[in-house]
Design a protein around this ligand. Structure first.
Ligand SMILES: [Zn+2]
Length: 482
């Protein structure tokens, strides 16, 4: 038997004294529905028996229970009863199933880009990023990548929130208006100058001389391990591509004039596993820093960033029985931190307690600490509340896929369902390229069988162990590849 959380045990004790057992309808008490499949989810005290329309329903250790009803057209009477053996509680309500009606779906028109009558010169502000398209999503439109400030561009169109910018003769992208200020030199085509490639300690630095700042786009590739940075509005005129000393991570550099005014800097890397990079400017020269692999891959020599999702007034998902995602996340993260510290690792937490920390601040904490790896822990919601939905791991840049995959494989060894390994994910903390990172969405708060697991402190310990095991397996994989 799994141990119950303290709060649950208290709940059970109190029920003996209460007038009648607790009964709350969590979902399904809906006026009118347009589908015959209807979930009713309710919560009572652990240990009580429950029926819905006379049918006995399993009550989880959290007190949550539920069923899927098959409604008949018209008025359906729903009767939810619980008993603790002596006393009863009951709730009755009606749900009207309209088989002919259409659900009130909010009409979402695709965003329309309006051309600007006169091209508008703009300059990037701190935090700027480009999108390939003008689409939006719960986590924002799909990002191409971030840009530093003070990069001149020319907008040729706009939506409500985005500028359509011309990057090169044939290439357009979108820039959020909040990260642009009007004015600047606008778009131009320039010639590239000399390159230098230098090992500056724990980083290789590639500098390409340019007469002015231009927008850029970066992409990583695996097998072979490559980092490419495309410079828009640049024609190759670099006759000197000079390597000053033996780089730590870069094998050799090359370039491609992909379009008449798009120059791509190609960095062929020595190792399959990448440890982060940054792209920015020193004056007008573009600077690409590629981090070396840490000298030792033993946990005792590494700094690991661990992020607990949400916090304080941001609860994240709340399960039917009232378990808050922020609390489950923090508990798992503190357990991960303790396990890593026991192995001698230096652990950096974005929030060590129930506080509200912004995404920008979380990224700053990890970047400034120079973490070698970062894992963010959340738990999911939505989908079928009666079935296990499963665990999932997310990454944005392809260079982080091996880390995400190692975590995913380890989480699956818990014997839980698989919700997938997801790439190009737009979660804010998957955006940084400075260090390898991945997001673990443990289980679903909204799934009754998984809610029961998440409410169990012993299971949360197992989840923490699996995250740590995933990190260790990743490090072993890297070690083996050398
Ligand atoms: Zn979350």
């Amino acid at each position: 038997m799994k141990k119950l959380a303290l709060t649950l045990c208290l709940g059970m004790t109190l029920s003996c004294w209460a007038a009648s057992p607790k009964l709350e309808i969590y979902s399904g008490e809906t006026d009118t529905v347009f589908s015959p499949s209807h979930y009713v989810i309710a919560v009572t005290e652990p240990g009580c028996d429950a029926t819905i329309n006379g049918e006995k329903i399993h009550v989880y250790k959290t007190g949550s229970f539920g069923t899927k009803l098959n409604l008949k057209p018209g008025k359906n009477s729903i009767n939810v009863k619980v008993t603790d053996g002596k006393k009863k509680a009951e709730k009755k309500f009606f749900v009207f199933y309209n088989p002919d009606g259409k659900p009130a779906v909010k009409e979402e028109l695709p965003p329309v880009t309006q051309p600007l009558m006169h091209p508008l010169d703009i300059t990037t502000l701190p935090g700027a990023y480009l999108q390939n398209g003008n689409g939006d999503d719960r986590l924002g439109g799909s990002k191409m990548g971030f840009l530093v400030e003070d990069i001149p561009m020319t907008a040729v169109g706009e939506t409500e929130n985005l500028y359509k910018v011309q990057l090169s003769d044939n290439r357009y992208a979108y820039l959020p208006k909040e990260y642009a200020q009007q004015g600047g030199e606008g778009r131009a085509t320039v010639n590239s100058g000399s390159w230098s490639i230098m090992n500056i300690g724990d980083t290789d630095r590639v500098t390409v001389a340019l007469p002015r700042r231009v927008p850029y786009y970066y992409v990583t590739e695996l097998e072979p391990s490559v980092l490419k940075v495309s410079l828009f509005g640049v024609t190759n005129n670099s006759n000197w591509i000079t390597q000053r000393n033996e780089p730590g991570m870069i094998d050799y550099v090359d370039f491609a004039q992909d379009e008449s005014d798009v120059l791509t800097v190609i960095l062929h890397l020595k190792e399959k596993y990448q440890w982060g990079f940054t792209v920015g400017y020193q004056g007008n020269n573009i600077v690409i820093d590629v981090r070396h692999r840490p000298q030792s891959l033993a946990l005792k020599d590494l700094t690991i960033g661990v992020d607990a999702g949400h916090g304080e007034k941001y609860s994240g998902a709340v399960s039917p029985s009232g378990l808050k995602e922020k609390d489950a996340n923090l508990d798992i993260v503190l357990k991960i931190a303790a396990m890593l510290e026991k192995e001698g690792a230096k652990v950096v937490l974005s929030r060590p307690d129930d506080s509200n920390v912004s995404m920008t601040e979380r990224k700053r904490i990890f970047r400034e600490a120079g973490v070698d790896l970062m894992v963010s822990v959340h738990n999911n919601a939505s989908g079928n509340p009666l079935e296990p939905m499963g665990t999932s791991v997310y990454y944005k840049h392809i260079c982080n896929r091996p880390l995400a995959k190692a975590l995913h494989t380890s989480m699956l060894s818990l014997g839980v369902a698989d919700f997938g390994l997801t790439g190009n994910f737009n979660f804010s903390l998957n955006g940084p390229t400075d260090y390898p990172n991945a997001l673990v969405e443990g289980l679903f708060m909204s799934s009754l069988p998984e809610e029961e697991m998440l409410a169990d402190p012993d299971f949360r310990t197992k989840m923490a162990e699996k995250v740590v095991e995933g990190l260790k397996n990743y490090l072993k994989e890297v070690e083996k590849s050398l």
